[in-house]
Design a protein around this ligand. Structure first.
Ligand code: GRF
Length: 225
């Protein structure tokens, strides 16, 4: 998937790859000026690989087994990405923690999407954690990857309500719909050179402000006027 003047990206995925698909769709629709140089997976069974192959995107399967350390594995992945000329690494359900070596190889050039409003609920199974905690809103976060887990500077977030009768699945689905909107957007902002990292903050240059609008859950029904 190549385009003139497009940002060369590499996508890392371990599973079903719906975010990869959203990125492919955004590129095809001309909304995202990127070209996917390679899809890398640690899981030979990942459906994400199938999706890539369907669109003629090169894939590299690097199974986890047989490496003596996390860094050894990551050296292999970094080499693939550099050889393909990747400028932005996009984690899309990649179920491995990156070593400092990997992170330093692409400083502020690795993005991740997380299905919660960071810094709340980092880690795994976070839709269940949000329900169990009793929060009234959750959402998703695209952030740059630093050497911690889900701790890097936040680029964009989307909020969804959590309902009393939500299950892990219904909440995950509601969040996923937003993931598919904000991930291509975050990559496009990067491609346009609009993201300026200042410490923990990511400022978006020359861009409209979000509308000042509150969401309340459960809704307020006793408002005057
Ligand atoms: C998404 O929920 C994403 O937020 C998390 O892993 C999941 C990947 O889903 N990091 P998919 O493989 O893109 O469908």
């Amino acid at each position: 998937m190549r385009q003139e003047g497009a940002l060369p990206i590499g996508v890392l995925a371990s599973g079903r790859g719906t975010n990869l698909q959203a990125i492919i769709d955004a590129i095809r629709a001309g909304r995202l000026k990127a070209s996917i140089r390679v899809v890398v997976s640690n899981n030979p069974e990942a459906y994400a690989l199938e999706r890539a192959r369907n669109w003629g995107i090169p894939v590299e399967v690097i199974p986890d087994k047989g490496f003596s350390s996390r860094e050894d594995y990551d050296r292999e992945v970094v080499k693939v990405l550099k050889d393909r000329g990747v400028e932005l690494v996009v984690l899309a359900g990649f179920m491995r923690i990156l070593s400092p070596y990997f992170v330093r190889s692409f400083p502020m050039r690795i993005m991740n999407i997380h299905p919660a409003l960071l810094p709340s609920f980092p880690g795994l199974k976070v839709q269940k954690k949000a329900i169990d905690y009793g929060v009234k809103f959750s959402g998703c976060t695209v952030h740059f990857v630093d050497e911690g887990v889900d701790t890097g500077p936040i680029i964009i977030q989307a909020v969804v309500p959590v309902y009393d009768d939500d299950t892990e699945e219904t909440l995950a689905e509601r969040i996923l719909r937003e993931e598919h909107r904000i991930y291509p957007q975050a990559i496009q902002l990067f491609a346009e050179g609009r993201l300026v990292v200042e410490g923990r903050r990511v400022l978006v240059k020359d861009y409209p402000r979000a509308e000042e609008r509150s969401m309340v859950n459960p809704p307020v029904t006793i408002d005057g006027e």
